[in-house]
Each structure stands twice: as C-alpha cells, then as structure tokens.
Design a protein around this ligand. Sequence first.
Ligand code: TRP
Length: 333
Amino acid sequence: MKKKIIFSGIQPTGLLTIGNYIGALSQWEKLQKKYFCIYCIADLHALTIYQKKNILNNNILDVLSICLASGIDPKKSIIFIQSHVSQHTQLNWILNCFANFGVIKRMTQFKEKIYLNQNINVGLFSYPILMAADILLYQTYKVPVGKDQVQHIELVKDIARRFNNIYKKKIFTIPKKKLHENYGSCIMSLLSPFKKMSKSDNNKNNIITLFDNDFTIRKKIKHAITDSDNPPNIKFDLKNKPGISNLLIILSNITQISIKELEYNFQNKNYYDLKEFVINNLCLFLNKLRKKFFFYRKNEILLRKIMLNGAQKAEKYAKITLKKVYNIIGLNM
Ligand code: TRP
C-alpha cells in the first residue's frame, strides 16, 4: 500500500532549543517509519522578519544540518528549502485570492505579531496562506505541528474546502493536524514553567539550546524552578507541579523512558537526584547530537547536494498539483 503523506515545516531562525528538538525534529524522525514524509525549511516564512543575508544563509544550513543530525533521512523522506521550489510562491498567489480577509485578520498569531513587531509587513499577514500552499501542494494527509499552529491548519483546511467546492472537484486533499506526542509541544521555560520555552526569550536561563555546553546545561538545570512540596514529590502534574512535569517531559523525550516509569524510579527521591539525572542525560544527548550536527555542517558540498536533490524531488510532486490548479481555474497550462 502507498504510504500516506506527512508534511511539515520549520523556520530557519536563530538557535534551536531542546523544545524545538522534542517538539518537532524528534517527532519528524519517528514519523518516517509509517509515512512518506516531506519536510521543508521555511526560509520564505522567515522573511516576515528582517533577516541579515549572512545570518539567514547560515541559519538555513544550520537547520538543515540539525534535521539530518536528528535522523531525517533524505533517502526515505524529502527534505528541501522552501524557496528552492517555486511552486510554493505560485500557489501562494492563487490561494491569496481564495482566502478570506476577515478570517485572516483574526488569526491570533498575527495579532500577537503586529503587537510585538515594528516591521508590520504584508507577509506577516499572509503568512498562513503561504503555509496553505506548502501543505496543499503535496496532497498532505497529516501535518505534525505544535499547538501554536493549530489555528493556521484550520485555515488551510478552510481554503482547501472552499477551492474544492467552487470547482466541484477534489483538487486538494483536506489535511489533518497531528499534535505532538508525549507532551512534545509542552516544553516550558525553565524559570517560569507556565510559559512555553521560546528561542527568542531574552532570558537565556529559560531555555536550553542545542549548543549549550555541559557547564551551561548544569547551571541552567540547577536553577530551574521546581516547587517546595515537603516531602519532595516527583509526580507528573502539569497544573500543580509545572516545573517538575517539565523536567519529566524533557527527560522522557530524550531517554525514551516513559513518564510513568520515571515517576516510579524517582519515588522517594529528591529534586537534587532528579536534576542530576536530567543534567547527565541532557549532556550526553546533546553531545551526541552536536557531533552528528558538525559532521553535516562542515560538509557544505554534501549539504548542497542534499538541498538540490530534495528540491528536485519536491518539485515533481508540487508540479502535478499546480498544473491541476492552473487548469481548473482556466489558466491554460
Ligand atoms: N509556520 C511554521 C512555524 O513557524 C513553519 C511552517 C511553514 C510550517 N510551513 C509549514 C509548519 C507547513 C507546518 C506546515 O512553526
């Protein structure tokens, strides 16, 4: 049987955190077993914020290397750079004309961004329509995303349905969202565990980046907020024990030991023991990941080959959908 299609994207902006790894990359890696996966480095989306040329250039290669280091296999899956497949921007324009202004204006992420941003450009507004083009070009069955992207996926479904209805033909597959497993989208800030861990956080003690060294990891985890339960109680409880739960989620995702089993192992232990275990495992894990990262990152010739090959494979699929769209609209392609 033909495998169903998974599509997802990641923006090449800044230092990735352990949250990005657990929330996206580790999940992407696992999905390769069951699905045909298409992963895109969304460099065009990154342009909604002003980017310096060299930094953007490096970030794209960094993120590609991290994807490969995380086990995304270009032989099994397609990994490519969004701007290298021109069908994305072509379909984007067409979908602009099928997306409702009022609906897009109400996207919560857009409202947050215009509130925070000085550079309020139209790209920021039409961002989810480019996402729609990304997803719909590949007749995607499921899109793995974090909670923050759920509203965008609902919009993509709306656009696809509207298009299919107008032309009375199933041109686009209606995609489904796939939320991350094992609390993957719930990696919280270390010092304020009710707030999501975010690579743009000004206080770097809130985040563990994939490039923090052993010393920094130790310092940050030592400072991470727990609670003052007496006696100490290592239990998973997102509402009442967010700090401890956050450490358990991180630990479970990097060791593949279930949260239940971790709770069992840490019965009658104290927070010092838990933190030491987190520190040791994080250091081990990140050192391994970084080794693989540098293997790819130092080999730009290999990276360029992988990018070119990925774009060529993606284009083959993207062309088929775009042709159908052009034809049914009457663009005579
Ligand atoms: N907007 C997504 C993010 O910031 C990245 C992205 C771009 C994406 N295109 C996509 C995610 C298509 C899923 C599907 O996280």
